[in-house]
Design a protein. Structure first.
Length: 310
């Protein structure tokens, strides 16, 4: 099990550099299912030959493509907005990665920095790029990033939301994602009644920070550049908590000085339909069960952190 993470361990930017940096794998950005299946079935040489032969065939958008489009689109909205940068981290080689950059150019994505590792883990390059968030289809790379103190999630095959919006809409689970997993530990080990008693007793004590606290703070810096009513970014907390356990969450966010636009305390209800109604471009959750529900409705990232992921 992983210990709670308070902040992004690599947030050592110089003063005044408030950019939001998102690192993403090629399989999260583009639909590379067929070529990945070929790699799994026939090996690296067959994969390399396939990619070179098809390097002028356009890759189709992947699960996280709409999210990346909206993130990069923020750069055109205001000169005063802290810049957003997307970095490509890929286990392809530079040779096989040419097809990926051809697709990036075709779709007009402003992505110029990349690391191609020829099959080696990509997570070692997250810190030098100073990424606030890492999205990948490779669970091993995601786990390594989380252990290094970076917000990271495994992008799973998901359904696009039925409700689209020009806003960038990001939804988060609470415990073991934004916050530490101490509440989940009490619930799992002692039961729901003990959890509610504990939260009622500790209502004035802020929750510890989880792996996504640093990313949420970076996102808040972007939101702060706009009036709340006209912001191009909208966030939601979608949690299984309910009253009276909601109070500690609200007071913790207030203590951190972070704005969450919508807070849904569902008391154990299925999260998928609520995420669909919110129109999330992506949702982050640590619970495998919640992830399975959510990905039938919206793009979903599994955060393999905390007591739910031993």
């Amino acid at each position: 099990m992983n210990a709670p993470i308070e902040t992004n361990a690599h947030d050592d930017r110089s003063a005044g550099d408030n950019r939001l940096v998102v690192a993403i794998s090629s399989r999260a950005l583009f639909d590379m299912g067929d070529s990945h299946d070929l790699f799994e079935r026939d090996g690296l040489d067959a994969y390399r030959q396939f990619q070179i032969e098809h390097e002028n065939d356009l890759l189709q958008p992947g699960v996280a493509f709409p999210l990346v489009q909206k993130l990069l689109g923020l750069n055109s909205l205001s000169a005063d907005l802290p810049p957003v940068e997307v970095i490509l981290l890929s286990r392809n080689s530079g040779d096989t990665g040419l097809r990926i950059f051809n697709a990036i150019q075709h779709y007009g994505l402003n992505i110029s920095r990349a690391a191609f590792t020829s099959g080696a883990p990509t997570s070692d390059y997250i810190a030098p790029f100073r990424a606030d968030l890492f999205l990948s289809a490779n669970a091993e790379d995601v786990g390594r990033a989380l252990r290094a103190g970076v917000a990271a999630a495994t992008i799973l095959p998901s359904t696009a939301p039925h409700r689209s919006s020009e806003q960038l809409r990001i939804a988060f689970d609470g415990d073991a994602v934004i916050f530490g997993d101490e509440g989940e530990r009490v619930s799992k080990e002692q039961g729901l009644d003990a959890f509610h008693r504990s939260e009622s007793e500790l209502w004035a004590e802020p929750l510890s920070g989880g792996p996504f606290r640093g990313f949420l703070a970076a996102l808040h810096r972007l939101q702060a550049a706009f009036p709340a009513e006209t912001s191009p970014i909208r966030t939601a907390l979608v949690t299984a908590r309910s009253a009276p356990a909601h109070k500690r969450v609200i007071l913790t966010l207030r203590r951190w000085g972070v704005r969450i636009d919508e807070a849904l305390f569902l008391g154990g209800r299925d999260k998928g339909p609520f995420l669909d109604a919110f129109g999330a471009d992506i949702f982050f959750d640590d619970s495998p069960a919640n992830v399975e529900s959510a990905r039938r409705h919206v793009a979903t990232g599994h955060v393999p952190h905390g007591v739910s992921n031993p």
